[in-house]
Design a protein around this ligand. Structure first.
Ligand code: FES
Length: 82
């Protein structure tokens, strides 16, 4: 199971995170069964000065500056294959 926590705090949301709301429609049924998706409030990374929003936490690892929902799906697929 791949655990995906998508930050929808203000900084992440305005920097492209809003686009991630489409993710459920973009994953196949098979993929959806392997992914636990959660939309969470500010993860705190935007205030740390490290990296750029939008941030997504995948299996405990933080990914930053994810350009769009397709890029996010790519990362999730890599994690499914692991
Ligand atoms: S708004 Fe996403 S880490 Fe703060």
């Amino acid at each position: 199971m791949v655990e995906v926590k998508i930050c929808i705090g203000t900084a992440c949301y305005v920097m492209g995170g809003a686009n991630f709301l489409l993710i459920k429609e973009k994953l196949s049924d098979k993929e959806r069964k392997k992914v636990k998706l959660e939309f969470v409030p500010c993860l705190g990374y935007c205030k740390s000065g490290k990296g750029k929003p939008p941030f997504v936490l995948i299996n405990g690892k933080i990914y930053e500056k994810i350009v769009d929902v397709d890029a996010l799906i790519e990362i999730i697929r890599e994690n499914i294959e692991k």
